[in-house]
Design a protein around this ligand. Sequence first.
Ligand code: NAD
Ligand code: ZN
Length: 263
Amino acid sequence: MKEGVGRLAEEIVEAEEVVVFTGAGVSTESGIPDFRSPGGLWSRYDPSDFYFGRFLSSEDSRRKYWQMYKEFFAVLHRAKPNPAHYACCELWQMGKLTAVITQNVDGLHQASGLPQDKVVELHGNATRVRCLDCGRTYASVQIEEWLRQGVEVTGCEGCGGLLKPATISFGQAMPEEEVRLAERYARGCDLFISVGSSLLVHPAALMPLFAKEAGARLIIVNLSETPYDGRADLLLRGRAAEVLPEAVRRAKELLTSSRSQGR
Ligand code: NAD
Ligand code: ZN
């Protein structure tokens, strides 16, 4: 593992355009559980209850949906960025980072100081709630307050329409602009680091393949197996909040020593 982190540091030093692709595993150490690990949300809720079509057609599905979100908001609103988020931000400060492409909806990359235009959110952002009819946007802290006061299914104050977190549910169209940008960044980078993603959710999981196809080096950092482990140039089975900051620290050391030798 130590050796692996060293290699990742070297890859960072050699790269000019790094894309970091993040999944729920980057935020578990901020206290937001991922959905698929044992005890995660998908072991307590049935994902099929949350298909967009069902959300639209069934009051019962909407009630379950908001019950799940009441739980999710409680952790989301307490969560703070962890060293993995800050390491991505440092890559940007080092001039290495093209963008972070994230499947996360928690806004923690931006909270760590990474500018919004460096974050491509493929699955939206749950810190906002939007009216599906008139588009009015609410802060999710406000909606959490309603839910705590006993509201079971929220409605728009302006038009009475259905409210939904500004995230992409199963069965809902992906955001075109974000998908296009993500693919462009993935194909244009020379180093693609996938961190804390099971790489099971499509089309997000195609991004590492686009990068590889276009000739980038592919690094996978994850606690468990992914379907693309065999395609990775370097595989690190470790915790995001340990591996990333350590790799960035060593990359900076290598850069400093090569600069001082060059003088
Ligand atoms: P996932 O739940 O499918 O996979 C997370 C992966 O992270 C797992 O393979 C797990 O082994 C690994 N992992 C867990 N903790 C880790 C750690 N500390 N370090 C390294 N790896 C770790 O997540 P996904 O692939 O991102 O897909 C789930 C979907 O659910 C996403 O598309 C996302 O939209 C949504 N989601 C978002 C959040 C969030 O915003 N924080 C949280 C849960 C789910
Ligand atoms: Zn409305």
